[in-house]
Design a protein around this ligand. Structure first.
Ligand code: TXA
Ligand code: MG
Length: 344
């Protein structure tokens, strides 16, 4: 696999260019493509060997299941078994879009796609290139985020090129990902719906459709107030990790600012919200308004990767309340910080 010629396609008006990539995907090749969340690394979800290639190329443990992407709702019935009514209510509210639902697996979906589980994750993305590619391929598309395992998810084609050039057949450049965080994952296989991964479809949006939805206990255990002492998730959760060390700062704007001033140097960078004065730091990244965290979410992964490219050794980031999109943003940042959470 390593050392193959990767074709990079930029899609502007002429989406006929997608046809060869779609054929390649159906026939067992791997194609990275844009979605509205992050770029995905796609393979034919009906072929065990495509899933095995995905794990190999990413360096991902093969017990971590893949999401199966579809372009029309009726395709879900070929993937899931005994699909509950809640699935269709959620699909009506949020699909196509950044939501993944877990249901029982049909035997046609190989265990290598589901990491050996009898359940399967299904998502219908809204990105027009993703939908067109899946429809042209004519098969469900298994796709994790198109980054090397443990690294930061890609929100631009250049991130995918950095990680996967020479390892897969096609990379489709569709510009910048709109949401910038991976989809919300909800399990519909138990007595009550359970959110396994927070995302841009927020807990309160889901409660409006499925009022008995729970947050998975691994999320509740980590959700905290900015006033509390932050928990240290520890190394076993290390993920979304740039090479630089990430420090997550909890405290008032004033305390965060004076801590950053003390630690400022040429080797570090500060991620700041608009309200936080930035003029006298060596290197800063603008996270936008803290009143609209969807902006910060859409920028965060690109900033983490950029900070690495610039060679900074430490990245300081203010914590935000774990509500709405803040829950998803903080979920990723805590994993990047891997225990470097500082209460000021
Ligand atoms: O936004 C996204 O979801 C992106 C784009 C490409 O669609 N994909 C993505 O895939 O983030 P990945 O592989 O990086 O994350 C998939 C998540 C993992 O946390 C995995 O454990 C979970 O979904 N997952 C998949 N199938 C599952 C299953 N059957 N049961 C429980 N969790 C599952
Ligand atoms: Mg991923």
């Amino acid at each position: 696999m390593i050392g193959i010629n990767t074709e990079i396609i930029r899609i502007e008006d002429n989406d006929n260019l997608l046809k060869p990539a779609a054929d390649c995907l159906r026939n067992g090749g791997l194609v990275a493509f844009p979605t509205e969340t992050v770029y995905g690394l796609g393979g034919n979800a009906l072929l065990a060997q495509s899933a095995e290639k995905i794990y190999r190329v990413k360096g991902r443990p093969s017990d971590n299941p893949l999401i199966v992407h579809i372009s029309a709702l009726d395709e879900a019935e070929k993937i899931g078994e005994r699909i509950p009514d809640s699935f269709y209510r959620m699909a009506e509210a949020f699909w196509p879009g950044p939501l993944t639902m877990i249901v029982r697996r049909k035997a046609e979906i190989p265990y290598s796609v589901t990491g050996g589980l009898d359940t399967v994750a299904i998502r219908m993305p809204s990105h027009p290139i993703a939908r067109k590619l899946i429809a042209l391929a004519g098969c469900p598309v298994a796709a994790p985020s198109a980054n090397l395992s443990g690294g930061v998810s890609p929100t631009l084609a250049k991130h995918v090129i950095q990680d996967l050039n020479g390892k897969i057949e096609y990379i489709i450049d569709g510009g910048s990902a709109q949401y910038g965080l991976e989809s919300t994952v909800i399990s519909l296989t138990g007595d009550k719906p359970v959110i396994l991964r927070p995302g841009s479809i927020t807990y309160s949006m889901i409660l409006e459709i499925l009022p008995d939805t729970l947050l998975h206990e691994s999320l509740i255990g980590t959700v905290q107030d900015l006033e509390e002492k932050p928990s240290s998730p520890g190394m076993k959760y290390k993920h979304y990790s740039p090479k630089a060390e990430v420090f997550l700062l909890y405290g008032t704007d004033e305390k965060i600012r004076s801590y950053m001033k003390e630690h400022d140097s040429e080797n570090c960078c500060m991620f700041l919200y608009e309200k936080q004065e930035k003029s006298d730091f060596c290197h800063t990244y603008n996270l936008g308004s803290d009143k609209d965290l969807s902006q910060s979410a859409s920028r965060i992964f690109a900033y983490l990767r950029d900070a690495d490219e610039k060679g900074y050794q430490r990245i300081y980031i203010p914590a935000v309340p774990e509500k709405g999109v803040g829950l998803a943003l903080m979920n990723r940042l805590k994993k990047s910080a891997a225990g470097n959470s500082i209460k000021l």
